[in-house]
Design a protein around this ligand. Structure first.
Ligand SMILES: NC(=O)c1ccc[n+]([C@@H]2O[C@H](COP(=O)([O-])OP(=O)(O)OC[C@H]3O[C@@H](n4cnc5c(N)ncnc54)[C@H](O)[C@@H]3O)[C@@H](O)[C@H]2O)c1
Length: 284
């Protein structure tokens, strides 16, 4: 089977970015959100992003028009039935994702590969919600998905070689570098990244330095492209908390136990860029 039509479920930060790189690289894309307005907002965001790329000379206008013509937006899960690959990118919550996989399994053609963009959750639990566990795996993009080149292909115990190979080809066609990883919380990148981000919050909480100075130290002293607080705000503090909770559940390693300040910030709805305020204020 060759993947031609890709369904994306979820219209948040990641769903929007995945829709962009998938449409730009020649796939037909169906974006599904629970509400038609939020699905349409993905297309609006795509229009803006592609227009900007044309203005900067990074994309020719015919490519912009062609990419947009390949995208449809819907609130109807049924429109994903004929997709060759569906990528789930909804909230990092196992119960919500399990419910969705159950529905997707009922709706989608038997040959459809069902993939998750989860950052940490056990892919096997999603696979076992379906009658096709050999056709379920992780296809984990990084943020911003249209820019970052890595895709982790996560192999649960049940996935077939064919499913993994199809997803590798899909990632490569999107211009990404796929790496294969076992189904273990955090996979590669987040297993290494999140103890660092969590410890940055711990430093702040203990009053060692300000967030601005910690960010400046990691950029200027370690050559990181952005500091930990700017990165947490980009990822989303709710998503970051869910990632740390899942890592801690799996390993019981204190480095993964979310620092209380992070949980309090989520309770205060300071979620980062997406809510306008996190460690930094984006309203200004
Ligand atoms: N933010 C990142 O940096 C990043 C990077 C890689 C992977 N991910 C993963 O991508 C997924 C989405 O993250 P995001 O950053 O786009 O989040 P987001 O908060 O921007 O978007 C979440 C989406 O899920 C939808 N949603 C919320 N509850 C739902 C439910 N019960 N049922 C169906 N849909 C629901 C929301 O309407 C929204 O469209 C998560 O699994 C996350 O771990 C995030």
């Amino acid at each position: 089977m060759t993947v031609k039509r890709v369904g994306i479920v979820g219209s948040g930060i990641m769903g929007t970015g995945i829709a962009e790189c998938t449409a730009k690289n020649g796939y037909e894309v169906v974006v599904r959100s629970r509400r038609q307005e939020t699905a349409d907002a993905v297309v609006t965001s795509l229009e803006k992003s592609l227009a900007k790329q044309v203005d900067k000379g990074k994309l020719v206008d015919e490519e912009r028009v062609a990419a947009l013509s390949r995208v449809t937006a819907t609130s109807d899960l049924g429109e994903l039935s004929e997709c060759d690959l569906v990528i789930e990118s909804i909230v990092e919550d196992l119960t919500a994702k399990k419910h969705l996989f159950n529905e997707l399994d009922r709706i989608c053609h038997d040959s459809t590969i069902l993939a998750t963009n989860t950052s940490t959750l056990p892919v096997i639990e999603l696979a076992m919600e379906t009658g096709r566990p050999e056709k379920v795996c992780g296809v984990h993009f990084f943020n911003p998905a249209a820019v970052m080149t890595l895709v982790e292909i996560v192999r649960p115990l049940t996935a077939s070689d064919e499913t993994i190979a199809e997803c590798r080809v899909f990632a490569e066609t999107c211009g990404k570098q796929p790496v294969e990883v076992k189904d273990q919380a955090g996979f590669i990148a987040n297993a290494l990244l999140f103890p660092y981000l969590n410890n940055a919050v711990r430093l702040l909480e203990s009053g060692v330095a300000s967030q601005e100075d910690i960010d400046a130290a990691m950029k200027g002293g370690c050559g990181f492209p952005m500091g930990p607080f700017a990165l947490l705000d980009l990822v989303g503090l709710d998503t970051s908390l869910a990632i740390l909770d899942a890592l801690y559940d799996e390993f019981r390693d204190p480095n993964y136990a979310p620092v209380p300040l992070l949980r309090r910030m989520v309770s205060a709805e300071r979620l980062g860029r997406k809510s306008g305020r996190g460690f930094y204020d984006y309203h200004r």
